[in-house]
Design a protein around this ligand. Structure first.
Ligand SMILES: [Fe+2]
Length: 275
């Protein structure tokens, strides 16, 4: 089925109306991120297939952005996300976020804290902290001593939401990602395969802050919107606003109940693309 782009996927005419952005990223947005027509599978029968087989061919086809397949799926959650209160709690720690991946990648103003993880400030993948197998590959999530971190005490709405409502069978990292006014995330991929992976939940999304993907234009986000993302596509974020942006990223194993959420979300997308 041919994907039906809406206006909110379009690349803005002006990049950097309020803040400067390195010219190589501006060029990447104007050239690489332009949305191209693509088809995706419309024959999937179960939620897990939606996560793992939303692309024609095998998911492990490398980092080259393919000409087919979904880059994100908006989740239709069967409950209200208390995003206003969650935003207030996230922003109350405004000064305490730690730089994320800025030491060895070219990001600017991108910071994080873990609600669930090794600790609040260990925001990277666990192999960065020594949790590796003998062959050097990352340990399985189940072998990593993740905890609900100390900041849960100060962010009770966020903690309760993940502990009681957005219930995964197991959580790995659950992080708040802060992007400063003018901040940007440099073009990158997060793994070498294609499937719908972590869930990205917007607590706010200021006008002017946009998430771009290679060959797919803008990935729309409204406050409270949760998108399951294929982070094998090259992507960036630029916060061209005067407000801090807070999104949450959830990694883990969904478990019972989530299959119908994924499948229902996929069916809604099919209906939108038929009309
Ligand atoms: Fe990423």
């Amino acid at each position: 089925m041919l994907y039906k782009y809406t206006d909110d996927h379009a690349i803005p005419d002006v990049i950097g109306a309020k803040h400067d952005l390195p010219q190589d990223i501006v060029n990447w947005i104007k050239i690489e991120a332009q949305p191209k027509p693509f088809e995706f599978r419309d024959d999937l029968k179960a939620g897990w297939d939606v996560c793992n087989e939303s692309m024609f061919g095998q998911p492990d086809i490398g980092n080259t952005s393919p000409s087919s397949g979904l880059n994100y799926l908006e989740l239709g959650l069967p409950y209200k996300v208390p995003y206003e209160k969650m935003y207030e709690e996230a922003h109350s720690f405004k000064e305490h976020y730690v730089p994320h991946r800025s030491m060895y990648e070219g990001h600017g103003g991108w910071k994080s804290l873990c609600i669930h993880g090794l600790s609040a400030v260990q925001t990277q993948y666990h192999d960065r902290y020594g949790f590796k197998k003998d062959d050097g590959s990352p340990d399985e999530d189940g072998n990593v001593p993740y905890i609900w971190t100390d900041i849960c005490k100060w962010m009770p709405t966020i903690a309760k939401f993940f502990q009681e409502t957005f219930t995964y069978e197991t959580f790995a990292r659950v992080r708040i990602m802060q992007l400063e006014p003018g901040g940007y995330i440099y073009p990158h991929t997060d793994w070498d395969l294609h499937k719908l992976g972590p869930v990205n939940l917007a607590l706010n999304n200021p006008d002017g802050c946009k998430f771009f993907m290679k060959g797919r234009g803008v990935v729309p986000f409204k406050p409270g919107q949760a998108n399951k993302l294929d982070i094998g596509f090259e992507h960036i974020v630029f916060n061209d606003s005067d407000e801090y942006r807070y999104h949450m990223i959830m990694h883990g194993a969904p478990g019972k109940g989530w299959g119908s959420i994924f499948y229902g979300s996929y069916q809604k997308l099919l209906r939108q693309c038929i009309i």
